[in-house]
Design a protein around this ligand. Sequence first.
Ligand SMILES: Cc1cc2nc3c(=O)[nH]c(=O)nc-3n(C[C@H](O)[C@H](O)[C@H](O)COP(=O)(O)O)c2cc1C
Length: 349
Amino acid sequence: MSYSLVRPILFLGDAERAHERALKWLECGQRCSLARRTLQFFCRVQDKRLERQLGSLVFRNPIGLAAGFDKDGRIVPAAEDLGFGFVEIGTVTPKPQPGNPKPRLWRFPKEKALVNALGFPSDGAVAVARRLEKRRMATSIPVGINLGKNADTPLNRAHEDLCASLDILHPFGDFFVVNVSSPNTPGLRDLQQAESLTRIANSLLDKLTARGPRPLLVKIAPDITVRDLEGIVQVVTATRLAGLVVANTTTNRPLAPSAVFLDRGGLSGKPLFPRTQELVKQARALLGTEAILFASGGVFTGGDAAQLLAAGANLIEVCTAFVYRGPRCAAHICRELLAHLPKSPDKAA
Ligand SMILES: Cc1cc2nc3c(=O)[nH]c(=O)nc-3n(C[C@H](O)[C@H](O)[C@H](O)COP(=O)(O)O)c2cc1C
């Protein structure tokens, strides 16, 4: 049955409860090999032209599940079965924390958008590490881990939180992302300023040197000026950061008129796409060709993904589109993307 027929029924209930239900189904399904094979049959798209390589990491396709859908690393094998080329779990905080009071997730179907004010509900790094260890053998796609500070940690000690989580989660991440851009943790976005970001980057990179190198990216907010972006790129260049994830949710509420009444939370989904495109172009121009650039924000179709790849993104991440397009979201986007790629992989080079 088409997801577009089922979606109005799924959308009748509370958004966060529906999300939790989806996670439970996927958790359950990934324990059963028949369910896994069925999902793989319907959701995986295999084509050499979709493959990407970044350093030693190989991606079957460039479409990943963005941070926020699987905050606690519960459905990594299912994400692979659903056809994603990689998954970024998190945001994980070092200590467990409940996040902000409910309600804190709202749908805006007219705009194909969501607003979330979750505020990093997290099982904490130790619980997430245990879960990832159990599931490691069941997964072959790259797994990124998005790290954030606890709500009660002062901003000037954020680097200690991030290092503590990195220490615990290091064996389970193929790459790491520092989240300094969620609008739902007071003051967090201030960590994008050069001095704070340099301290965070250097602390985490020292830790990675000691534990074993992995690509480390910074996820930035879409609500920054070109000047801010230039400052961030200078930090990326001056330290050995691998690159950027562009970008998180926005506080620019007028982008979705139905959501204007909500005075908290970050907006995601279709209205973000033009800004994502603009930021990817600016970021690539400033970063040069070597640094890694992930694009996230409003990607719904293979056409969207193709535009961002052409603008300089190496990989694409989706979150809201997964809610609106359903379980075959990655497969749809990959098939549509193929229509935008040259027929032979040689010509794509
Ligand atoms: C419900 C929800 C929770 C999110 N939680 C996180 C998070 O914990 N950490 C993070 O870096 N981004 C988080 N995001 C942002 C997404 O990873 C993504 O960057 C953003 O939603 C834009 O992409 P989209 O338009 O495809 O959703 C969240 C987004 C949503 C919708």
